[in-house]
Design a protein around this ligand. Structure first.
Ligand code: LLP
Length: 463
């Protein structure tokens, strides 16, 4: 596509409208290592490259939009969580962030366990060879069929989310002549500092059994009496995209309080405590996530201190990071289709994807960064809103970001940190086809999830 000239958009700080952005960066071509996957860099021509392959070549071969995932970065992050927690703890990767058979194999090879939350995720995990005993099964409304398949497969733990489910799982396990290892998910009443839709430890929501009013204690009482269940621990997940450890501190304090009460009432010390996932990543340069070893140290210290105070042996800790492992490892590559400058406001940059490949901006008001990928430019920064091709004005990918003022149709732009909850929440809205996920490693790119085709859409339409 040819690069057409267009009137200059709003560019200078004194004419910028209100918005979620800081001042224009001094160098628009620079790549902040905080938000880009490890092997992403620019080649001598200024073209963005990942794993040694430039995005023009990738776009030619795989098309746009597409997610490009840096496999080495994924493995390194998975390994760093595993190493940080060591052999006395377990790391369960939360498959909901992004799951495919290749990912399952990488996790298996790197020694991680897997958290699944549906029959589909369970099937993917098992089909790629994850040993069932290393799988945890979550969900607030697992069907009896899903529970049966999980028990039959021999999953290492089912995380019980309601009073009804305690009975359901016990019944199914007994029917199958087995004893299922379970944890009980409780809500500890912590307000996580995150978006309302991704906060999960306050009581007024669908997940878990409230600690308040003795409900969690009652759930434990029931679970301990049922032959089909082996209660191994208590689970708490306080929310997502969390930077502040104080929420985990309060959660651990309350979970350990329950473990102490269980010991006092039943004479049983439960051997495990799961603190969930939710650790934040950098979507923009303003975010400062902690390293896994700092998180591991902080969580282990908190639990040990609380257990010492309650005179309990420290239980085995597990965590369930999803976003913190896969989020930073991928970017989405789009081609610019139209550029519409609105004087005194901003420039609308329309790309060939949108809310069908990244719903997070529309759903959570999430912030993202963006960079011109197919070339560098010395043009002045222009305040942009990157929008998709869907029939909806809320179809925004990046709400406010600066791109070079000479941006034009045909340019490729890349949005970093889209590894988590983008492909996994992708939709076919407007019958737009879901993009592929391409894993890049050592100069080689390979499709791990192929692009959807119109044939795929029509195959489901059997009317
Ligand atoms: N464990 C449990 C029980 C969870 O419910 C979740 C996320 C995780 C672990 C992993 O959380 P992570 O480390 O990935 O933050 N779609 C939203 C996030 C929903 C998370 C749901 N549960 C988003 O795009 O931000």
């Amino acid at each position: 596509m040819s690069r057409s000239a267009h009137p200059a958009g709003p560019r200078h700080a004194d004419v910028l409208p209100e918005g979620h952005y800081s001042a224009p960066p001094t160098d628009l071509n620079a790549l902040d290592a905080k938000v880009w996957a490890e092997t992403v860099t620019r080649d001598t021509d200024g073209v963005l490259t990942v794993g040694g392959i430039d995005v023009k070549r990738l776009a030619e071969e795989f098309g746009t939009p597409a997610y490009f995932l840096d496999e080495d970065d994924f493995r390194a992050r998975a390994r760093s969580w595993r190493t940080a927690f060591g052999d006395d703890a377990d790391v369960f990767y939360a498959g909901k962030a992004f799951l495919s058979r290749a990912v399952v194999r990488w996790l298996h090879e790197e020694g991680l366990n897997l958290d699944v939350c549906s029959g589909g995720e369970l099937a993917t995990a098992l089909s790629a060879g994850m040993p069932a005993e290393r799988i945890a099964f979550h969900g607030n409304n697992k069907s009896t069929d899903e529970i049966r398949r999980a028990v039959e497969a021999g999953v290492g733990r089912i995380v019980l989310d309601s009073f009804q489910e305690i009975v359901r799982v016990a019944h199914i396990a007994q029917e199958l002549g087995t004893r299922q290892r379970v944890q009980i998910r409780i809500t500890v009443g912590v307000e996580a500092h995150t978006h309302e839709f991704i906060a999960t430890a306050h009581e007024d929501q669908k997940f878990g059994i409230p600690l308040a009013g003795g409900q969690a204690a009652e759930a434990v009482r029931r679970a301990l009496t049922l032959d089909g269940l082996e209660l191994i621990g208590i689970h708490s997940h306080i929310g997502s995209q969390i930077f502040d450890m104080s929420g985990f501190e309060v959660a651990a304090h309350r979970v350990v309080g329950l473990l102490r009460d269980i010991r006092d009432e039943h004479g049983v010390e439960l051997p495990e405590i799961d603190l969930g996932g939710g650790l934040g990543i950098a979507y923009t340069s303003d975010d400062d996530p902690r390293e896994p070893h700092e998180i591991a140290k902080a969580l282990t210290e908190i639990v040990t201190r609380e257990c010492d105070a309650a005179r309990l042996a420290t239980p085995r800790i597990s965590v369930e990071p999803g976003r913190a492992i896969v989020g930073p490892t991928a970017f989405t590559l789009y081609e610019v289709g139209t550029v519409k400058p609105l004087d005194g406001l901003r420039t609308y940059v329309s790309v060939d994807g949108g809310m069908s490949d990244n719903i997070r901006t529309a759903l959570y008001d999430a912030e993202y960064s963006v960079a011109l990928a197919s070339r560098v430019s010395e043009a002045e920064p222009m305040l942009c809103r990157v929008v998709g091709k869907h029939c909806e004005s809320g179809d925004i990918v990046v709400k406010d970001a600066f791109l070079p003022g000479d941006l034009a149709p045909g340019d490729l732009i890349a949005v970093p940190a889209t590894g988590a909850y983008c492909r996994s929440m992708a939709s076919n809205y407007n019958h737009v086809l879901r993009p592929p996920v391409v894993a890049v490693r050592d100069g080689e790119a390979r499709v791990i999830i192929r692009r959807e085709t119109e044939e795929d859409l029509l195959r489901l339409d059997v009317g």
